[in-house]
Design a protein around this ligand. Sequence first.
Ligand SMILES: [Ca+2]
Length: 306
Amino acid sequence: MNRMIVVLVSLSLVGAAVTVAVAATPDAPPQWQPGESLVDDRDGQQYRTVVIGSQVWMAENLNIGSLIRSTAQGSLMKDNGVIEKYCWDDDEANCAGDGDGAVMRRGGFYEWQEAVQSWAGQPRLPVRGICPAGWHLPSNDEWNVLFSRLGGATAYRQLVVGGGSGFDALMTGYRCTMTGGFRPSAMSADFRTYFWSANQTDAANAPILEIGMSSQQTFSFLKSVGLSVRCLWDGAGVATGTPSATTPVRTATDTAVPPTIQPTDTATPEPVIPTATNTATAAATETPRATDVPVYKFFLPALRRK
Ligand SMILES: [Ca+2]
């Protein structure tokens, strides 16, 4: 019996010695650094990241969650403890594809409430929502910082794939809440992409950032639209609660930009994709109401007036 105890103690001491040696090895994996690819420990998916000024952005669209088919109009995502996503044409390959051939790595499309994981209105900011641990949904102020950094009203030139900033916005289209289908763009027949901000407009609506290859704009619309999500790192200065100190200063070229639309615009029907015969109609739906006053600070061109 005594001999057995001695053996166990000896093994234990050997184990302790080995443990110390492993911990001291210089080959331990390094910690993630801004600009390196991020691995989402919830599902193992990997995302490129990019440092732009004082911010660290995901350089690919978030693709967390379980696919639900967009079989009807309106809101289909639920407060059920499960992260749900739409994929273009209800095909998972369009969310997670590697960019080869016709398959794009679009990421998921999310309704606003699902994106921020809040069904009770505006959550306290910053809000993690469906982002990986240590990341959050960008607020209006944080989008402003990015747009300001990249040229204000012409930031789209740098935000798109190949634009130089590394943000690499893909022209993903979106999930339309009026039909339940998937559309290239709300405002044209060309593919554009759409992102959420964490700031709601009101109980039913939230601001939408539209970025195209040759334009950018924002408008407020129903939270049940399915849009792409980019997450912002909590560790950057802007993300830790000092957006007011970095409020962008408008340049001469920005002065004509009245950013956006009031909640009173939300009754405007979703624009249809212009065709040869309906261009005028589609343009008309973009016309802000006369009572509009700017409520956001996005550096976006004025909505076209008829
Ligand atoms: Ca859900």
